[in-house]
Design a binder for this molecule. Sequence first.
Ligand SMILES: Cc1cc2nc3c(=O)[nH]c(=O)nc-3n(C[C@H](O)[C@H](O)[C@H](O)COP(=O)(O)OP(=O)(O)OC[C@H]3O[C@@H](n4cnc5c(N)ncnc54)[C@H](O)[C@@H]3O)c2cc1C
Length: 339
Amino acid sequence: MEDVIIIGAGIFGLSIARKLQKTGRDVQVFEASHVGAGASATPLGVLSPHAPDNWNEKKEAQFQALRSLPAHLDALEQETGLSAGYRRCGRLLPLTTENQRAIWTRRIKDARENWQGEASLEIVEPPADWLSPDMARFGAVRCGLSARINARAYLNALAASVGGERIHTGKTLERLEPQTAIFTDGSKVTAKDIIVASGTDAFRHLPDGANGEPAGRGEKGQAALFRLAQSDSENRPIVFFDGTYVVPRGDNIVALGATSERHFEDAHTTDALLDAKIDKARALCPALEGAEEIERWAALRPRAADRRLLVTPHPTLEGITIATGGFKTGLAMAHMLEV
Ligand SMILES: Cc1cc2nc3c(=O)[nH]c(=O)nc-3n(C[C@H](O)[C@H](O)[C@H](O)COP(=O)(O)OP(=O)(O)OC[C@H]3O[C@@H](n4cnc5c(N)ncnc54)[C@H](O)[C@@H]3O)c2cc1C
């Protein structure tokens, strides 16, 4: 019998694998396809806090995750020699009405209290070559707590830390029995602990909630990468407006997205909805003029019914834990998961 097996080599599976290894557990990871085959390879890599007003437990957890992430990534880089491309670049939110400006002026006070001096929130006149003045008629909010990460580099560093020989690719979990994983190739692995971190797929192992709804579902998201014709994106802030992100990634690469689709035919194809997102991003950011598209990408965000992280022992199967529900903030939260 194995000690611990983990299903899924996304950000959740690899983060949990590394954490358990550090406590002396012997961990093996089983992945249907390859490292980062799911949502975790998102080109966006935005790490941003919730609005600082109406503070609650969920906002505090997210804040603590953002606060602790740099030290976690430093340790990972020192161990593996691999950078996750983290940078606290800040985020601009254009203000389009007087009323929005008034709301955010109040939130600046909340940020002072709830962010405990970790970062500032302020209203600024944004640079006209990065955030269109037409969009920011009442200025812009600059959130100093927001950061970016290169999700694929983060996955690579985690995989290096866990050890390639412990990550078994091409192994698709079919079903579970107590302390047993049964794969589609007919093989069975037993373990003292099995952690199912297979993203959206993980929800199917849980019973429906009391209201008959599934424990969670996949919400499709599409995003794209562009290379800027000119202008250095290295030191620029993220821009966010009405569900559209422009994320500077360094080396003149910018990520744009993302759609949020409850209903879709194919989880992995991109279409006109992404084109519409790109148009919105172009209206936000003048530096995208003449930029060249270099990648289109789509995946399913694992969204729990109550939108929270879902880390729970299986209700009936001994030795099984389900860890999913990263939804839109999985990259920021993964290092905090406790199983
Ligand atoms: C368009 C888009 C943009 C996003 N942007 C951001 C962002 O900017 N910031 C942020 O924090 N979050 C973002 N997210 C959300 C984030 O990507 C997720 O919360 C996070 O990646 C979930 O990680 P996971 O490990 O649970 O799932 P996944 O990354 O999906 O990993 C699950 C893994 O399990 C494997 N698997 C599936 N089924 C099986 C099976 N039966 N057997 C074995 N293996 C299996 C898959 O191949 C995959 O590798 C975004 C998501 C999308 C789609």
